[in-house]
Design a protein around this ligand. Sequence first.
Ligand code: ASP
Ligand code: MG
Length: 412
Amino acid sequence: MPVLVMKFGGTSVANLDRIKRAAKRVGVEVAKGYDVIVIVSAMSGKTNELVGWVDEISPLFDAREYDAVVSSGENITAGLMALTLQEMDVPARSWQGWQVPLKTNSAHSAARIEDIPPDNIRTKFAEGMRVAVVAGFQGISPEGRITTLGRGGSDTTAVAFAAAFDAERCDIYTDVDGVYTTDPRISAKARKLDKIAFEEMLELASLGAKVLQTRSVELAMRYNVKLRVLSSLNEQSDSAGTLVCDEEENMESRVVSGIAYSREESKMTLVSVADRPGIAAAIFGPLSEAGVNVDMIIQNISEEGRTDMTFSCPTNQVQRAEKALEGAKQSGAINYHDLITDSDVAKVSAVGIGMRSQSGVAAKMFKTLSDEGINIKVIATSEIKISVLIDRKYMELAVQALHDAFELEKLA
Ligand code: ASP
Ligand code: MG
């Protein structure tokens, strides 16, 4: 029988009523003849509570025990969902990650999936089980310990199962009814897109649109998994959500598909560093070792052999960055006069595969911001994205103005 993967996020399984509602949707697909693999998140708020407990006991926790604790939220929902389905006379079983087994590497709290041997679940399907309810977010390491895939990791679990079982589709049920041109809380003119290309979704996800974990989109793109984002709260079950798929001709006609933003950005400038071969490596090596996710980088023109180096990173990594840079200075690896941190910035980005073939997108973006009197502090571009760093207080205004300028209210 064809296999369908259905993933329910935390808000879709927040209480027993919601679990029942989700189970009904699963029942509909079973009745259509699918064998269904349901991936569940923890009830909303549960994982945060578990993380909080770990932090309270041990701020510098042993990541293996962190995983043992925070993976448990999904075990509860998997069992409750299987019971709910059984009450509806749907033959269902819960599966924890290790039982499948979902094999990962040993990078506790941010493990990567290595393999999902399908045999155990396939055998049960052959014996009459119609739904395998799998606890998302968790797996088992080569050492036999429980691992987790990083926050939001159930999306990645779902896509990995869809790839491993050659599923017809992977439906991600969440609390929004699809992917929007921007955050509807910021622009009332935001529109739900019927389709979005993998590459665009990848940019939007990594830019902070929190609908899907970035890695799940990467995986879907690599294995060409047909991915759909839709709401489980929506009463009209016929709402088709947004399909994330290979790029199609009609998508190219739109230049920009979405405006993304990220509020928690900071800009750091090393003032007057010696401009010599190896200097960038000497700065960004220690930052990467310290786990700082450097995003944009600019090196200024140098004068008398010295230059300024500016980069951006998430605000909650600033302390780590400062520590790493001061350490590098003390060890003599780098030398700078001052380190200036600006934590009042936000990043706003325009994304669209149409940019590849259309010129003037950047110019239009800069003109729009300038018309609003918004100063641009840093610019970065890729083939299908333009990002700017601006004062945080103008973030909403910038998103609205760009959404208007690129006429995204006309998309669907
Ligand atoms: N429950 C986990 C989290 O909150 C994983 C997930 O829901 O995707 O991050
Ligand atoms: Mg999520």
